[in-house]
Ligand binder design. Structure first.
Ligand code: 5AD
Ligand code: FES
Length: 344
C-alpha cells in the first residue's frame, strides 16, 4: 500500500486497478493522511478558506433518489428567496468576512437564465472583490456562457458517480451521466473554476465505481471536488439505506489531496452531520475549505437534502464564529479571502 500511496503522491495518478486496490484495502491510514496534510500545508499553509452558501431555492424539477428536495417529495415545503433577500445574505456575509458566495439551488424553472444573469450582475456589482460560485445544475452551454459573462467565477456540479450503471441506480432514466460530464467539460472550456464530486457510501457504490470517480477526476482536473458521506433522507426512495462512513470519507479526502495537491477540497456539512467533529477531521485529512450557510434561518430547515443536517437553527454569525473556533482548535485559521486555487 505504501508504494501505491508514494507513487500517487509523486505522479498524481494511478491505474484503475491500483485505485481499486487502495480503496478496497484502505491501509496505511496514518501514512496517507500525513502525506495529504503535508501537501495541503505546502500549498495552503494553515489557512482554511470559507464560502458563504446561499440556498436560494429548493424547488427542483429533478427526482434523484437520494435527495430530500426531489420533485416527488410532497412533504418538502418549497421556498424561493427574492433578489433582495439574496443580497441581504451577501451583505451579512460580507460583513462577517466572506469573500466567496455560493448560490445553490434546485433546478428551478422560475429562475430563468435572464433572472440568473440579472442576479449575478447585482451581486458582482456590489461585491466586485468577491468570487461568485453557481450551483444550479445542468444547463445548456450557452446558458453557462451567459452566466460567466455576467460575472460568475466558479461552478459546482457534482458528477455523483462516474460509473454509468451506478449513475442509473441513483437517478431516474431522464438523467444521464453523459450529459452531466458534458456539462462539466463545457464549464471548464468556458473558463470557470469547476467543481465536481460525489457522495461517499451512496447505495450501489463499490471500490470499482470509486476508482472510476478517481479516473474521471484525473481526466477532468477540476479546481474543486466536493465529497461528503451519503446520509439518507426519510422522504426519499433511499430512506432505508445506510449512511456513508466517516472513515472512508476521510480516506478519500486524503487520496484526492494527493491526486491534485492544490485542489480546493471542502470538509462538508454532511461530514459534520454524521460526526460532531467531522469537519475538523476532514481538514486534518487534507481538506482546506468550509462552506457555512448564509441562508436566512427561516428557510434553513427547508433545504434538507438529507436528515439531521447541522446548523439549521444557527445564524450566519454564529456559524462563522463556531468555525473560527473549531479551526483554531486544530491549529488552522479561517481567512478572509476569495480563496482561489494556488498555481502549482
Ligand atoms: N446525502 C448526502 N449528500 C447529498 N446530496 C444530495 N442528497 C444527499 C444525501 N441524501 C449532495 C449531492 C448533491 C449535493 C448538492 O448534495 O451530491 O450534488
Ligand atoms: Fe454552524 Fe457550528 S458551523 S453552528
Amino acid at each position: 500500500m505504501r508504494k501505491l500511496i508514494d507513487r500517487l503522491a509523486e505522479e498524481h495518478k494511478l491505474s484503475k486497478e491500483e485505485w481499486i486496490a487502495l480503496i478496497e484495502n484502505r491501509g496505511e491510514k496514518d501514512y496517507l493522511s500525513h502525506l495529504a496534510r503535508q501537501a495541503q500545508k505546502k500549498y495552503y499553509g494553515n489557512k482554511v478558506f470559507t464560502r458563504g452558501l446561499i440556498e436560494f431555492t429548493n424547488y427542483c424539477k429533478n427526482n434523484c433518489y437520494y435527495c430530500g428536495i426531489r420533485r416527488d417529495n410532497k412533504n418538502a415545503s418549497r421556498y424561493r428567496l427574492r433578489a433582495e433577500e439574496i443580497l441581504d445574505c451577501c451583505k451579512q456575509g460580507y460583513e462577517l468576512g466572506f469573500r466567496t458566495f455560493v448560490l445553490q439551488g434546485g433546478e428551478d424553472g422560475y429562475y430563468t437564465d435572464d433572472k440568473l444573469v440579472e442576479l449575478i450582475g447585482l451581486i458582482k456589482n456590489k461585491y466586485s472583490d468577491c468570487a461568485l460560485t453557481l450551483s444550479v445544475g445542468e444547463k445548456e452551454k450557452d446558458s453557462y456562457f451567459r452566466f460567466y459573462k455576467a460575472g460568475a467565477d466558479r461552478y459546482l456540479l457534482r458528477h455523483e458517480t462516474a460509473d454509468m450503471e451506478h449513475y442509473g441506480k441513483l437517478h431516474p432514466p431522464e438523467l444521464k451521466l453523459s450529459n452531466r460530464k458534458d456539462c462539466l467539460w463545457n464549464l471548464k472550456e468556458i473558463g470557470y473554476q469547476v467543481g465536481c464530486g460525489f457522495m461517499v457510501g451512496s447505495p450501489g457504490q463499490t471500490p470499482e465505481t470509486l476508482a472510476e470517480d478517481m479516473m474521471f477526476i484525473t481526466q477532468l482536473q477540476p479546481d474543486m471536488v466536493g465529497i461528503g458521506p451519503f446520509v439518507p433522507h426519510h422522504d426519499t426512495p433511499f430512506a432505508g439505506e445506510s449512511q456513508g462512513s466517516v472513515e472512508e470519507t476521510l480516506y478519500l479526502l486524503s487520496l484526492l489531496r494527493l491526486l491534485k495537491p492544490n485542489l480546493l477540497l471542502p470538509a462538508t456539512t454532511a461530514l459534520g452531520t454524521i460526526d460532531r467533529e467531522g469537519r475538523e477531521k476532514g481538514i486534518l485529512a487534507g481538506a482546506n475549505v468550509v462552506m457555512p450557510n448564509l441562508s436566512p434561518v427561516t428557510v434553513r430547515k427547508k433545504y434538507e437534502l438529507y436528515d439531521n443536517k447541522i446548523c439549521t437553527g444557527d445564524e450566519a454569525a454564529e456559524c462563522r464564529m463556531c468555525l473560527v473556533r473549531r479551526m483554531e482548535s486544530i491549529g488552522y485559521q479561517l481567512v478572509i479571502d476569495r480563496g482561489d486555487p494556488v498555481k502549482i
